[in-house]
Ligand binder design. Structure first.
Ligand code: SF4
Length: 64
């Protein structure tokens, strides 16, 4: 399941809130990210879709 993040173009940039880094990043950083699933900067509402960080309780070694 991927999570969609709306691109913020305020101030002339293209930034998204990154769930992995816990801060805004330039969408250029997303291009090389292994979690990136989809990016559409031409959509009416531009977005980046990526895999969210895995919750710690989801890790098999911690589930036992
Ligand atoms: S694609 Fe990667 S860098 Fe971009 S928001 Fe998602 S996790 Fe962060």
């Amino acid at each position: 399941m991927s999570v969609v993040h709306v691109v913020d173009r305020f101030g002339g940039g293209e930034r998204v809130g990154c769930p992995l880094q816990g801060r805004d990043v330039d969408v250029d950083e997303c291009q090389g990210c292994p979690r990136l699933k989809e990016i559409d900067l031409g959509a009416d509402v531009p977005y980046v879709a990526c895999d969210p960080p895995m919750p710690r309780w989801w890790l098999p070694e911690l589930a036992a």
